[in-house]
Ligand binder design. Sequence first.
Ligand code: HEM
Length: 465
Amino acid sequence: MNLSVEQKQPEPVVLVKPPSTPPFYLMRSLSDIRNDLAGYMLRMRETFGPLVRVHSVLRKIYLVNEPEYIQQVLVSQGDNFTKDVMMRLLRDHILGEGLLTNLDRDSHRRQRKLLAPAFRKKHIASYAEAMVDYSERMAAEWKPGETVDIAQEMMRLTLGIVSKTLFDADVDDDAADIGEALTQLLEYFPKLVSPLAPLRISLPTPGRKRLFDNLQRIDDTVLRIIQEHREDPDKHGSLLSLLLQVRHEDDGSGMSDKQIRDEAITLFLAGHETTANALAWTWYMLGKHPEEWDRMAREVDDVWEQDLTPYEKFQKLSYTRHIFAETLRLFPPAHTIGRKSLESFSLGSHEIPGGSMVLMSPFVVHRDPRYWDDPNTFRPSRWEDGSTDNLPKFAYFPFGGGARVCIGEHFAWMEGVLVLATLARQWRPALIPGQDVQHQALITLRPKDGVWVTLEPRNNTGKDS
Ligand code: HEM
């Protein structure tokens, strides 16, 4: 009967405000946030649950660490969000309108479409050789018994790889110069995690002067490299040469030098910092878990015995990939992803106003015991024993998601796996005993005082010498 049909109508959802911290919570936690945003996010999740409003007079801030809600923010309601204030500062003061910091939806889409072909698996495969080649060069430089900070070594290596693939430049003064200037810029950045950041950056302080001097160094170098590429048609194959050739579908226009500069610096920064940190954490985990090292070394020796191209090697190194995946779970370099809502929106039964800052943390969700058995344990075999098969979307999202998902994801997987394997074929980086490496959460999650190892040569028979 009609009546019974009416009775089955779902109840209208009553929207309620999400739980909130006590008043003035943000002011009290500012130094905590500046020192360790990832740790702060984890403590907030443990204290208040996966959705909480952080009370602040100046801003509406929500911490969202529920996979279903993250999916809504990044994907299904993605058009209602723009990037947060941090990205605005990065855009205005460092990166310009490159992909990462382009905040205009249409212009971002247009730009992403232009760059996408260069990052498809097929094109990225051609970089496998440079990845192996640069790792072999590092392996040839290392000395038996030498003690190194492998975090620094990974920074140097990924910088070399990105310079080669991006600029078709060998590691030379240019690359080192840009790398150093970018590192200094990132170190200045935590100072900007403050409601007074826009004011601070406009005052003529020594920090600001250094910032602008570094930017000038980067600009001069990148613009010169672009000019050299324009003048030398033989420079093929690099990402930069692709950027110079691409044309918009609609009007056939290419990119201006300013646009290419912005994209190049963005890729330079986004393409080496993150992967270097992920690799540093992986060596740390391998040092702490000798049984995982043994299994990876066996796989590497096995694969190297076969006559394969670098890309084919990458495809065969499945356990090495699990090791990298597990490190990205526990130590996701992009530990927190921020958005700002344009209009008010709802997450489940919770109503959240327009203009809110929404912070989502892979670092937190990747350690949520509801999704991960023994969440704090490094266990790469979880990626092959079926226990990760039925995870909800966004229980694991080291590369973000939706329209702004990392464009370099395939690049990063391939680089991570090939660097690990190529170095592990010849060397065992043995952790200096007693190290308890803490993290430092600047923009990326880094090992705080590096990861110190002694380099032990291997005899390449599957056993260590
Ligand atoms: C382990 C290594 C990496 C990690 C963990 C990582 C993580 C991420 C994440 C989480 C985002 C999304 C940020 C957001 O939504 O706000 C992102 C965006 C981006 N990444 Fe990566 N990334 C890595 C490596 C790379 C590499 C190798 C490249 C380039 C060669 C790259 C280039 C970019 C760019 C250009 C964006 C902006 C994409 C857009 O907004 O359209 N990343 N990355």
